[in-house]
Write a protein that binds this ligand. Sequence first.
Ligand SMILES: [Zn+2]
Length: 349
Amino acid sequence: MDQAESVRTPSSWVVVGLDNGGTCNNATVLDATGQFLVSSLVENPSRVTDGPELAVDSLAAAFTAILELTQTPLSLVRAVGLDTPGPASAHGVISSKGATNFNQVSWHGFDIRGALEARLGMPVVYNNDANAAALYAHHRHFGTSALEKSSVSAIVGTGLGGGVVESGKVIRGAAGMAGELGHVQIPLHGVLEDGQPVPVCNCGFEGDVESIASLTGIKKNLLPYWLTRFPDHPLAAEPVEKAAKMLRGYGEKDDPLALAVFGQQARAIGKLFTIAANFTDPDAYFLGGGVVEAAPHFRQWFLNTVRESTQLRDEQARAATFALVPDLDMAGARGAAVAALDAVAAGAR
Ligand SMILES: [Zn+2]
């Protein structure tokens, strides 16, 4: 991609957004008027598997590189937004038990936000990656009315990430674990077939959203069951890991087994959104993840199935919107930047 065409230079003070992933960091710059200075992915290696010290070095390198690319002087930067996969505290301390991307012992209980703040010498605002994506979806969808609106986001990936936004702010919770929507247990009536085993999540819960609506759920629970119903399906000949990843391609071609699996996922998310409707009654329900990158007819079918499976009262149905999370590969960095901009604005108020 020709980045030169999609890069602007700042005309005001700015914040930087850094999205830390398993292999790459993605960086962006947001100016005080709410405009992003880059319109495409700007990545560098994240080196998280090399431990905290080199990973923080890599985040600092991403910070320097995005300032150079946008010709932004360091003196214009007021704050940095950082997001990483969880579990981590509301303030960016990685779980004491580690996490998928942070499994070295040196990561356990590591304060990645504090370490980056010390390294860069400026305020760093932390969110987990799902919360950052939810925040970006919210602000992108509602624009100038974002601070008056509420939303709930479900992001289907390896797991099921979530975020709850109220008055434009992420709900964090006492321990930083609000919005862990994947581990909300849902009624399974109307989701599972008669005789289908109750799915189990990696967290130990039975029948939570992630046990169904995630790549892990497909691999562990849904595909093994549905292959017993379609024993001659070509995916039966593939290793389950590979078959799970190939399933979306079959869904795009209206394959009956694939539609059965994705239909269960969409109904599970609908059950989750029904709980949300009775809990915070949001203005919008956002859906993100791999499905957003699928063929348009398929993702629309998936979103429609989620909507049909969400039981809203008439008043709620008139007030609420269902939408896909846009720009998903950039949503983390952009949401992290939005959080940093909000923090600077709140400090100025
Ligand atoms: Zn779970």
